[in-house]
Design a protein around this ligand. Structure first.
Ligand SMILES: [Zn+2]
Length: 472
């Protein structure tokens, strides 16, 4: 799933502006910028923060989940008093440098079960007080900690203990892990996964098994556009006990201070169970799209749900019949929702009631777009090539998109009118689209309860190409 946030949307940038920003012009990456120094202590209970800000730039500093009452020793670096207002720090009068000490509260609750001793899972948004970031701006963060302490953060790594914090959509809550835990870097096509492997009390995890599972799922998603859509993703894998069939009971994407994926795994399951499970492929597939606003999450969930089936079939974990069966049975279940709303009204209904529509309406759209692109261009274009182009132009993205801006961009990249007309068709209806004609063209028969693939149908070659095994 993709955890949802509600920060105001930032505007998209033009390609020229993106180039200038990437080159460090306009943002002052080479010159004046905010520089943070964090000092972590062995007891993992607090962090000392020193902030040097450019002369004349005295924007208030805020921490979304932070409380001023949790800070001690807030002063200028030469002891100047520092004012606060409305929960914000006002750096005026600090002489360009201020510091404080903040306690590091361990995350708790259902989404953050206990970890083994010597590891602390914390929320930077509670103790990192930052100015409101401008598009393209980067804060520089240097971390000082004992060599034995590992650190997992969503920020962009610039060196061993140096990071850049850039604007991000702020979906869900960014997480940092500090302490003693395995933190391998896994090289995947086009990127690095910076993995934190967290055992729980009495819950061991085999690091090699986890890395093999992540490597395969990342390769699935990298095969879509030719490279993994994030060059340095933070991945947190945390041990839990799973009572269900899946060895990965839960996973989600976070885009706050950088992109991250968090998985909860049952380390006692054999590696084969992990390879048969779609969770990691689904979560990584979310990164093929930018963050689309919360009220349109059917887009993000749908495209990820489409790819979880297609990619497991291409890898050989599902047969084509199995993959088509999973898609079509899910479409049918989504179609059985009572009084389905229009998709732009989904967010007004209880998630439990419309859950199948949230996950599968967008998957139907992804399938329809894929089929149309392939049949119109005789296979020269498909959903993979268009999402690959999106990755090259626009990802990872620092702001929230709407479904409308996303589909316009995809049409521009495909040089075809495919996505916007489909989107308009979907918006004109309630619930799922009618897929009978599409099934007929693809040679798919689901009338008897079982899904059967037939030899006759106008678009059978397209059906076969969608699920074709990698390397064939
Ligand atoms: Zn999802």
């Amino acid at each position: 799933m993709e955890r949802q946030g509600n920060r105001p949307e930032r505007r998209a940038r033009t390609p020229v502006l993106r180039l200038l920003l990437a080159a460090g012009f306009l943002t002052g990456t080479a010159g004046a910028q905010y520089r943070y120094s964090l000092t972590l202590h062995e007891d993992l209970r607090s962090v000392e923060v020193e902030i040097r800000h450019p002369a004349g730039d005295e924007r208030p500093l805020a921490a979304e989940g932070g409380r001023l009452s949790d800070l001690t020793g807030l002063t200028g670096c030469r002891g100047e008093p520092i004012a606060t207002d409305g929960g914000r720090i006002l750096p005026t009068g600090a002489g360009g440098c201020l510091r404080y000490r903040a306690s590091l509260r361990a995350q708790s609750g259902r989404r953050s079960p206990p970890v083994s001793d010597g590891v602390r899972v914390v929320t930077p948004g509670e103790w990192l007080w930052v100015p409101e970031l401008r598009p393209g701006e980067r804060l520089l963060i240097d971390v000082t900690a004992a060599d034995a302490l590992a650190l997992s953060v969503p920020w962009t790594p610039l060196g061993a203990r140096r990071f850049a914090l850039s604007p991000s959509p702020g979906s869900a809550t960014g997480t940092a892990v500090i302490g003693r835990f395995p933190h391998p870097t896994l090289r995947v096509p086009g990127g690095d996964l910076r993995v934190a492997v967290l055992e729980g009390p009495g819950l061991p995890v085999d690091e090699h098994k986890i890395l093999e599972w992540l490597r395969v799922a990342a390769a699935d998603v990298a095969s879509v556009g030719g490279r993994f859509p994030n060059p340095d993703l933070q991945v947190i894998v945390q041990a839990v006990r799973s009572r269900g069939r899946s060895p990965v009971p839960f996973g989600y994407v976070i885009r706050d201070g950088g992109e991250a994926v968090r998985f909860f795994v049952d380390g006692s399951r054999p590696v084969g169970d992990f390879h048969d499970d779609w969770t990691a492929t689904h979560e990584f597939a979310h990164l093929l799209l930018p963050y689309v606003r919360s009220r349109e999450k059917w887009v993000s969930e749908g495209f990820a749900s489409y790819y979880q089936n297609v990619l497991l079939a291409r890898r050989g974990a599902y047969t084509p019949t199995d993959a088509w069966g999973r898609l079509i049975r899910s479409f049918e279940r989504a179609d059985r929702i009572d009084e389905p709303p229009r998709l732009d009204r989904l967010h007004q209904r209880s998630f439990r009631d419309v859950r199948m529509l949230v996950y599968w309406a967008g998957a139907a759209m992804a399938l329809m777009a894929d089929v149309e692109l392939r049949s119109r261009t005789e296979g020269r274009q498909n959903l993979d090539t268009v999402l690959g182009a999106l990755g090259r132009c626009c990802l990872p993205s620092d702001h929230t998109w709407t479904a409308g801006t996303l589909f316009s961009r995809l049409d521009a990249l495909a040089d075809a009118d495919v996505f916007v007309p489909l989107f308009e068709t979907f918006m004109a209806e309630r619930g799922m689209p009618d897929l009978e004609a599409l099934y007929r063209d693809l040679g798919i028969d689901s009338s008897s309860g079982d899904v059967r693939l037939l030899p006759e149908g106008r678009l059978v070659p397209v059906r076969e190409a969608i699920m074709q095994r990698n390397g064939n």
